[in-house]
Design a binder for this molecule. Structure first.
Ligand SMILES: NC(=O)c1ccc[n+]([C@@H]2O[C@H](COP(=O)([O-])OP(=O)(O)OC[C@H]3O[C@@H](n4cnc5c(N)ncnc54)[C@H](OP(=O)(O)O)[C@@H]3O)[C@@H](O)[C@H]2O)c1
Length: 285
């Protein structure tokens, strides 16, 4: 039996859908009771409780072989991930799959990649079998720009000429479901990008082509962007960490795509043009 954490979020819900499509048995630990029915309709066994609640975590681990550790970024993320690893080990689980990030490399200095790397190290030292799934920037992050794309034909971000290999979260969910449900991925780092390495100027061009209306990328100074983002992200640690991550993209980002998705899934990952097409009802005025 597989335990999925983060199952009501972007990648966790995509993972649950893929596991359901594959006919896999899985359990989820969620704190939002309103999502219970939706997950049950996918065949999931649902435990209601917070990852911060030791009893709920222990209950959710009972009889589990494989655990997906997938948590949102916060100052407490590393501590919670370590607690999940300890609980998995104590309850007799054999394998951990961790949602990490492609930026989590030994030379990482930014808080989010650093915490992922530290969590990876903790998992490796636990003695449990492990696989790290390490995606690049999610295409879904662009949904935060939907309002300005629709109203002004502009994407305001502080990424300069930096590049990413954006990937759709449904594709990340497919990879996670595969890695969770089969053997052969032990001690592997699956670094996942989408099919293209793009600057945000190129991202805007793709939006223009698909939507049939001009969309421009406006490179916003990092300090000004931080002030705007701070109106939405009120936790100072999280705000600083996201800005640091974006600074890393502005300083270059990533240069090369990986073929991990193709190799694992026997298919190409979704292109940005496909993503914009599928979500055009959100981006179009
Ligand atoms: N965004 C990117 O471009 C990107 C790229 C690579 C890697 N990542 C990594 O992806 C991870 C985030 O994944 P995501 O975007 O899919 O996350 P997300 O959409 O923010 O979802 C987070 C999930 O965790 C659940 N959760 C949070 N605290 C919980 C608690 N105390 N108890 C139970 N459940 C809890 C949330 O439940 P609720 O619905 O109840 O809130 C939700 O299901 C991060 O570790 C990030 O570093 C992100």
């Amino acid at each position: 039996m597989i335990l999925v954490t983060g199952a009501t979020g972007k990648t966790g819900s995509a993972t649950a859908k893929s596991l359901s499509d594959m006919g896999e048995k899985f359990r989820v630990l969620i704190r939002n009771e309103a999502k219970k029915q939706e997950l049950e309709s996918l065949g999931a066994e649902v435990i209601i409780g917070s990852i911060e609640n030791v009893e709920a975590v222990e209950q959710s681990m009972d009889g589990i072989d494989t655990v997906l550790i997938l948590l949102p970024n916060s100052e407490g993320q590393l501590k919670l991930e370590k607690q999940l690893v300890d609980s998995a080990k104590q309850s007799g689980a054999k394998k951990i799959v961790k949602m990490s990030s492609i930026e989590a490399t030994p030379d990482a200095t930014s808080p989010i990649p650093k915490l992922h790397l530290e969590s990876e190290e903790y998992i490796k030292q636990s003695g449990l079998s492990w696989t790290m799934v390490k995606p690049n920037f999610y295409m879904q992050n662009l949904l935060a720009s939907a309002g300005t794309i629709k109203d002004q034909g502009k994407i305001f971000l502080p990424m300069g000429e930096g590049k990413t290999g954006m990937i759709d979260t449904t594709d990340v969910g497919k990879v996670l479901a595969k890695v969770l449900s089969e053997d052969g991925h032990e001690s592997m780092n699956h670094e996942i990008t989408g099919p293209e390495i793009l600057s945000f100027y190129e991202v805007a061009e793709i939006f223009s082509q698909v939507l049939g209306t001009e969309v421009d990328y406006v490179d916003v100074p990092l300090a000004a962007y931080k002030e705007t983002l701070g109106q939405f992200l009120t936790n100072q640690w999280h705000l600083d960490a996201v800005i640091d991550l974006f600074k890393g993209i502005a300083e270059g980002g990533i240069e090369e795509k990986t073929d991990t998705f193709n190799a694992l899934m026997g298919d190409a990952p979704k292109s940005l043009a496909q993503f914009v097409t599928e979500n055009s009802f959100i981006f179009k005025a």
